[in-house]
Design a protein around this ligand. Structure first.
Ligand code: ZN
Length: 151
């Protein structure tokens, strides 16, 4: 039985306390809001798509250390990725944290720090919230008018 402390690796604590890419993204042309009622995590994911690539990704919101760290690590991993690459990353990450399939660990990089959540089913929702929100953002245009055309 895993101990809850195993979940809070240094990388997660660091990203939970000092999230990267935190704050609004004025140039965003995609955004989505996510909410995890089980834990109370709320976040907004902002993307700036350019030429079919995620040129920039940021987030803001209030959540537990796991949801914040996951969103922070996610935004770091997304930059420069195509939509297909971002979705492949989500599939790999989802497999990693749910343990439903052998994850392609090699491609996940720092995201593997969150592998421990699979021992804590309630925490899986925290870890995947940012990714589900990303999915919504990728498939819906921002309500704000955008000056950027995306293919
Ligand atoms: Zn949470």
């Amino acid at each position: 039985m895993a101990d809850l402390r195993d979940l809070y690796q240094e990388l997660i604590i660091d990203h939970g306390r000092r999230p990267r890419n935190f704050g609004p993204l004025p140039q965003a042309n995609r955004r989505a809001d996510g909410f995890n009622p089980l834990c109370g995590d709320r976040l907004t994911v902002y993307l700036r798509m350019a030429g079919g690539v995620i040129a920039d990704a940021r987030f803001e919101g209030i959540g537990c250390a796991i949801s914040t760290a996951s969103a922070s690590l996610m935004t770091e991993a997304l930059k420069g990725k195509t939509v297909a690459e971002a979705e492949a990353l989500f599939a790999g990450f989802h497999a990693l944290v749910t343990g439903v399939a052998p994850p392609a660990v090699a491609t996940l990089g720092k995201l593997t720090a969150l592998a421990g959540v699979r021992e804590f089913p309630a925490r899986v929702k925290c870890a995947t919230l940012a990714w589900h929100t990303l999915e919504a953002a990728l498939h819906e245009e921002a309500q704000a008018v955008s000056t950027e055309e995306t293919p």
